[in-house]
Ligand binder design. Structure first.
Ligand code: SAH
Length: 333
């Protein structure tokens, strides 16, 4: 019973300290406090943008830092979480992989990011108690923070089991998106679990030569295997796959790339999510012009491909796609 109460306080009711758990006997809280803390990580930086995006820099028990983001939009409260400290994939345009990968996150470290973000959810400036029945639930999870989720799949699945259970955070599995650089064997494994999770594959180029330049791990995998694994995911789960495509000016954003992409995806139940490059300090890439973006969209649409341009949230606080990095120093203030 006590375990159930504790779980409810942390996962459902937003308590961050034992003192807040007022229906546990004081002596028990004291004893628990000698050995445990409800949340083991520490928020070392909290930034809040005017579009109501929050970014947290979280310090883990071993001193490593990860970032996570809460994106709020039209009644949606989406948590974007990290799965690794750093990233080993080395995509040339992404901040998260600049210094390689240090380690996988534990199940608890992922759940804590969700809990912390959920505890911040709601309109800014609203004066309310963080506790009890008033906490707003998260509506969506995107596993698009730092790290390659499928490289830490076992822990991720356990964390998502807690996130999607009624006794946990109660988020529908259909509202969880896992974004991957494209690891075919892991995509197949995920497909065989037949969960309702949504899969997003970071494509970024319509042919192997260009993709290997932008996404170095493509050298070992190749587009054919990735697309076959994604098709298999669709067959097994019935869930349409999203292909992410970051647009880098002059590199992969021209009309002929869009034509080639259309041909590659023709006949698939696929959706393309275009992400105009978000600036990363020290990297030489640029956003596409409005005209090339428009042309790219037009070519895909004309080819019968479903396409959207990802809304840009949180860029003011470097919280947009690809801007999460390992080497952030906590704000001295
Ligand atoms: N490792 C996962 C999650 C990455 S973040 C993956 O590779 O899918 C989610 C998306 O943002 C990915 O498609 C990633 O390639 C993209 N992204 C990374 N850096 C970016 C940047 N600077 N601008 C725009 N999108 C970026």
């Amino acid at each position: 019973m006590r375990a159930r109460q504790l779980r409810a306080w942390i996962l459902a009711r937003g308590a961050e300290t034992l003192d807040e758990m007022t229906d546990l006997p004081k002596t028990l809280r004291q004893r628990l406090g000698e050995a445990f803390v409800p949340l083991a990580s520490r928020v070392v930086r909290h930034q809040h943008a005017s579009d109501d995006t929050h970014k947290l820099v979280v310090e883990l028990v071993d001193g490593k830092l990860v970032e996570c983001v809460l994106i709020q939009d039209e009644g949606r409260r989406t948590a974007c979480i990290s799965t690794q400290v750093g990233c080993g994939m080395g995509c040339v345009f992404c901040a998260s992989g600049l210094n390689g990968v240090e380690r996988n996150l534990s199940v608890g470290e992922m759940v804590e990011q969700l809990v912390r973000l959920r505890n911040l959810a709601g309109p800014s400036g609203r004066s309310r108690s963080r506790l009890a029945d008033e906490v707003d639930r998260l509506t969506h999870i995107v596993v698009m923070g730092m790290g390659e989720p499928l490289a830490n799949l076992d822990h991720l699945l356990e964390a998502l089991a807690i996130a999607t259970s009624k006794q946990g955070l109660g988020i529908g599995a259909r509202h969880v998106t896992i974004s991957t650089v494209g690891l075919p064997a892991k995509i197949r494994r995920l497909a065989d679990l037949r969960k309702q999770f949504h899969l997003a594959v970071s494509l970024h180029a319509p042919n192997d030569e260009l993709r290997t330049r932008i996404v170095p791990t493509n050298d070992k995998t190749g587009l054919t295997d990735i697309l076959a694994a994604a098709d298999y995911f669709f067959e097994r789960t019935g869930r349409q796959v999203t292909y992410e495509y970051v647009l880098l000016a002059g590199l992969n954003d021209e009309a002929h790339h869009a034509c080639e992409l259309t041909a590659l995806l023709r006949g698939k139940r696929a959706h393309v999510n275009l992400i105009p490059f978000n600036d990363v300090e020290g990297l030489p890439y640029r956003r596409p012009s409005a005209e090339s973006l428009q042309t790219f969209v037009f070519v895909l649409q004309r080819g019968g491909i479903s396409v959207k341009v990802r809304k840009r949230k949180g860029s003011q606080i470097d919280a947009a796609c690809g801007q999460l990095r390992r080497s952030v120093l906590p704000d001295p203030g």
